[in-house]
Design a protein around this ligand. Sequence first.
Ligand code: IVH
Length: 720
Amino acid sequence: MATPKPHRDSRLAVEEMTERQAGREYARLEAEIKGHDERYYQKDAPTVSDADYDALRRRYEAIEQRFPDLRTLDSLSRKVGAAPSRGFAKVRHAVPMLSLQNAFSEEDVGDFVGRIRRFLNLPEDEALAFTAEPKIDGLSMSLRYENGTFVKAATRGDGFEGEDVTANIRTLKEIPDRLKGKNIPAVCEARGEVYMTKPDFLALNKRQAEAGEPVFANPRNSAAGSLRQKDASVTASRTLHFFAYGWGEMGEMPAQTQSGMLKWLKAAGFQTNPLWRLARSVDDMLAFHRDIGLERAKLDYDIDGVVYKLDRLDWQERLGFVSRSPRWAIAHKFPAERATTVLRDIEIQVGRTGALTPVAKLEPVTVGGVVVQNASLHNEDYIKGIGNDGNPIRGGTDIRIGDTVTIQRAGDVIPQIVDVVLELRPRSARPYQFPDKCPACGSHAVREEDEAVRRCTGGLICPAQQVERLRHFVSRNAFDIEGFGEKQVQAFHADGLVMEPADIFTLAERDRRSAKKLMDREGYGETSVKNLFDAIDARRNVPLNRLIYALGIRHIGETNARLLALHYPTVEALRDAATAAKPPGGEKGDKGNDAWQELNATEGIGEVVALAVVEFFKEKHNREALARLLKEIDVTALERPRQDSPVAGKTVVFTGALEKMTRDEAKAMAERLGAKVAGSVSKKTDYLVAGPGAGSKLAEAKKHDVAVLSEDDWFKLIGH
Ligand code: IVH
């Protein structure tokens, strides 16, 4: 279901709204929140982060506060969650299952304690104790015991009425059938959180993916999905856990404090979270929040904040509830889109174009509702603490393996490491050494000046780049082999038949000798294989510029390939020149050796391009792959352009539908005649050759007074 588009009023501050605007915005927010509730509670498929949801809810409540007349009996602020989904019997809660107010800042926590003091009219020196408990990110559950025996389990639902999931809950090993100890109240409802551990969640998703079933976004959703199964044996197959932290109906209270109740729940046979503490001041509470925030990644389960609860139950009673939450408790959330975790390793991935990208391998942690295990580290400089503009980032702090790092997720963007918690840096952590060899093929990985990216130079042999390189090699402006496109490259590469360009030309010979014939592959027959081999043979003769272009050297597009092919008569000559070339070493006055200067002086070839050529041929792997290819093909030198042609030195642009030649043919012809072919019209253009349907380029040409020729005029001009 699509999320409704934000209304234009949604940008207006609540304080500035007229009553009419507020009414509209209130209705819009109500619909949006209801949609989110339904997706969250009934479909286990939220589409917004908790932080975004909370923001909507705050805005809704702010409008309600300023315009109380808008508040109806139906107001969302009177409800918790959403109505139970169909399929399970309904259970009316004896005591409603309410929700918690949220605190997002340290100040909010101070305000919460201050409110309690005022409400209870306590003097400043009266000590207040709170339990500080991790806020488990699962789904809340009420478990009813009568005379010590488990009788019913119900989900929260809308807070008043939930779903009967007794059969499913019975499959959870951690939930006792009978309560332990003496003095068990006749009726006892234990409340707490059902959750799934992170490793179980990852394993479940793996199984789901393998079976072609949908995967869950996070452990919370998978716990909910696993519980809400009509067939309890499915629930049994998914390991779910339960932490008890509260109660509903309770005959005789077994303790007088929240901490006492936690101990009692444990004694009665429930798991309680072991990390809770008693906090005796706001500072204590905040310290717990900070500590647990840092622990978070190491925990086996997800937590999304800390819950503080006033310890004395008699005071809790006096404080009571306000709309849907108690006055005596508050949830101090972690910033939803950020989390800290430990950087386990840095992995270098080699992209299709040879770029080496560092990826952070993290202790899994949930950020904004999604489990994150990998994050982008961008490049070498980013790890060192240098931004794109060369200035320090994170105060110049580098990132090391073993560091505790803060990660951030924004929307669907790949999570990023935004900070390092230096106090937690292990003594043994060393600055990260970015590799200068490609991890996929061992070739040199080099960085161009002013480029942040380090690239593998083993273009022809690097497995990470092979498919992409081969695809380029057979593409239309390179070898252009009919019937040998992307699909064939993928398939032949996957089967190990074609790993490098030379393999294409030895395919027929190898097929003759092999018992496993190409002809027997799916989608092939005798004729199609013959056609393929013929098409390959037809390209054994290739113009030098196409070959140079096909090698896929960085910065060598068609134009540069042509310029090199015009200057160097053979690919061997280019290879030898590039291997002999020594670029300037950086000392003053060093201009590099003669071979470098010649390469650099090639018409139209600048330093960056020349360097890329040098890097390519410097790599032995590439020279060897080229040698293997040259054994299979004949290369024809390029016809030098005629300097005496009427269009020599002129700049020509072709546009519209040409009828007597293809665009590529037209381009090749013009270049043979010494013309430069450009893609767009400017005041430097001499001729625009326009076929039918020419549009904006024609208008541009008129603006710059460029001569416009028809296809026939063009042929006349060049004397054809
Ligand atoms: S106390 C009156 N304690 O957080 C409400 N809730 O946002 C009493 N939760 O509905 C709830 N850990 O599902 C409490 N230690 C904890 C919790 C906890 C997780 C969940 C619970 C609740 C939601 C409120």
